[in-house]
Design a protein around this ligand. Structure first.
Ligand code: SF4
Length: 435
């Protein structure tokens, strides 16, 4: 076997390879022998990364680097995730075919793509600089989406580049995280609860609690595949159960204070303003049994504003459009919306204490800030948010946008799915000296 191996074209000349070549060729041979014994991926990867694979080192390294955590080498190659020149792609595919179909080591070696010839070392006296490449002429871009959501506008004001990646290029598929699946499962459980009990004040707390626990279990079973590991799933499920108990306590207290009816959950909200269509889903809509006033509720399983003042400031600074959009969508439906609320469902150790803004006709003095979770928001503020929504839509669709600037706030980048592609992101102050 050893003789046959060394007779192969790939190994004897080795003129272009340095002193370590023989060690590398031995390592390649050892990996091939090991691979064809039990086809373990460790050896497949070693073969792929070897200079004898017929694939350029940078290419095999890049494919292995961007492979998914549990993906085999052959799966990583088959994913076609890395854009390659036709010649490089042929070499990679030839390697994969050889590895997959070869009956043994000799057959594998015969099937491998030929090694690339190393170029002779350049003569330093002949070195010259190429002319700089001409910059491509850019052209303006516009949103091709027929409608907008409040979250897409929030993304745009948070970071124009992120909006560009997500809504214009659809650059990376965001597969979600355990945090996002936690939110999805919790929302689903609450929807089930309120569908069954639209009038919470008629139901005993113990019943609400045990029902919601059951719905949480079922929702986490349905979304189990979204969690990376079984342990992660169970930890998040327990966190949700504890939070659900706190949610029921708050719900029962609210219902006892002023009975209300849950009009709907995950309610479609649609609105057309000045020719721009907006679409979204309201987590929960309540109608007060006594007054008929409507409260729009948004569940938050991530970080939210800590106080009513903070949320109202975000609306005033045009950083937050979700609740203003829901307000206008339901107002257009004929509802008398008098309250907007964010319900925190993130921290199982804290009581559920929503950030709640009563809608009032006249603007309040911004200087009078309580720091509490309840406050006021004026219709003027909501109108200004609506006007800004239109301006942004116009900006995104009139075809004049040539550049999508990155955010100046490093915290926006923390969980950004496009961070690897983004070369202009701001660095957190504490990391600046470590660069
Ligand atoms: S990494 Fe930061 S700057 Fe870049 S797109 Fe994401 S949020 Fe924007």
């Amino acid at each position: 076997m050893l003789r046959a191996f060394h007779k192969d074209d790939r190994f004897p000349p080795l003129k272009t390879v340095a002193v370590q070549t023989s060690a590398e060729s031995r390592a390649f041979k050892a990996a091939a022998l090991a691979y064809f014994q039990d086809r373990r991926d460790t050896f497949a990867r070693r073969l792929f990364r070897s200079p004898f694979s017929g694939v350029r080192g940078e290419v095999s390294a890049a494919i292995c680097t961007i492979a998914e955590p549990k993906e085999s080498t052959l799966e990583a190659i088959a994913s076609g995730r890395l854009a390659l020149s036709p010649d490089e792609r042929d070499r990679v595919l030839a390697f994969a075919k050889a590895l997959r179909e070869a009956s043994g080591v000799d057959d594998f070696l015969r099937r491998l793509p030929p090694l690339e010839q190393s170029e002779p070392a350049p003569d330093p006296s002949e070195l010259y600089f190429r002319e700089p490449a001409a910059r491509e002429i850019g052209s303006a871009m516009r949103s091709r989406h027929a409608h907008f959501s409040a979250s897409s506008l929030n993304t745009y004001v948070e970071c124009g580049r992120k909006w560009f990646y997500r809504y214009l290029c659809a650059a990376v598929e965001d597969k979600g995280s355990s945090a996002s699946f936690y939110g999805t499962a919790f929302h689903a459980a609450l929807e089930e609860l309120h569908k069954e009990f639209p009038h919470p004040c008629d139901v005993a707390v113990a019943m609400l609690r045990s029902k919601l626990q059951g719905f949480v279990h079922r929702a986490f079973d349905i979304y189990a595949s979204g969690f990376e590991t079984r342990i992660e799933l169970e930890l998040q499920r327990r966190r949700a159960i504890r939070t659900a108990n706190r949610y029921v306590e708050w719900l029962a207290a609210q219902a006892a204070k002023a009975p209300f009816t849950v009009v709907g959950c995950e309610l479609p909200a649609q609105l057309t303003i000045e020719g721009y269509d907006f679409i979204g889903y309201i987590d929960r809509l309540d109608r007060d049994d006594g007054t008929g006033n409507v409260t729009v509720i948004d569940y938050k399983t991530g970080a939210i504003a800590q106080s009513a003042d903070e949320y109202r400031e975000k609306v005033r600074q045009f950083k937050e459009f979700q609740l203003p959009f829901y307000y206008w969508a339901r107002t257009a439906e004929g509802d008398r919306v008098t309250r907007l609320a964010l319900v925190p469902l993130k921290d199982a150790l804290l009581e559920v204490d929503p950030v709640s803004l009563e809608v009032v006709p006249v603007a309040t003095e911004s200087g009078k800030r309580s720091g509490g979770t309840t406050g006021l928001i004026s219709i003027t503020d909501l109108e200004r948010a609506r006007t800004r929504m239109i301006e942004i839509c116009r900006e995104l669709t009139d075809g004049t946008l040539e550049h999508f600037p990155v955010t100046e706030d490093p915290s926006a980048c923390r969980y950004c799915a496009y961070a690897n592609a983004c070369n202009g992101r701001p660095w957190p102050a504490q990391e600046l000296f470590g660069r």
